[in-house]
Design a protein around this ligand. Sequence first.
Ligand code: COA
Length: 156
Amino acid sequence: MIIRKFREKDMDEVEEIEREAFKRPYPRNLILGLWHINPNLFYVAEVNNKVVGYILGTLDWGNGHIVSLAVKKEFRGQGIGKALLKTLEDYYFNVIGCNYIILEVRVSNKIARRFYYKMGYKDRKLIPNYYDDGEDAILMIKKREGANGILIVSLW
Ligand SMILES: CC(C)(COP(=O)(O)OP(=O)(O)OC[C@H]1O[C@@H](n2cnc3c(N)ncnc32)[C@H](O)[C@@H]1OP(=O)(O)O)[C@@H](O)C(=O)NCCC(=O)NCCS
């Protein structure tokens, strides 16, 4: 398995994984638009020349913001999500120098919440009615080791 930056030719495979993973997948033009703005914040995991997972981030008021992370069903539980997240975290914390990484996750998405707890994220705030089907989100955050300074989030 290798982790590398996203290339435009990966888009069909990423879209397929996004559709498999999420009830309300992000549209292709949104994903590509975010990549054009933040070309260093989009990584894919590749096995035998096939994309099996990806992570897409943005910058939100100086914080790293994870927009989407998904691994193809048959490749889950093998450390691929962890490797993708570590790659983006390293860029946020050690290249950009972000103090915080934030993300929103569905309250019902127990697997992802467990995954993020394991990766050092903490629940920060409930965001009622965040998703367009009415479900609440949990805002989760991870602080860079040794960072000081307050968290400013545009949603608040
Ligand atoms: C969340 C997701 C990306 C995790 O990817 P993954 O490659 O399966 O995760 P990893 O194998 O790297 O697991 C890392 C750690 O997370 C935890 N974890 C992962 N899947 C888990 C599960 N099904 N149950 C409990 N813990 C789990 C484990 O503690 C694991 O650590 P360990 O096995 O080394 O002890 C994957 O389940 C997925 O694509 N889900 C659908 C999309 C989604 O919900 N994305 C997040 C939305 S915000």
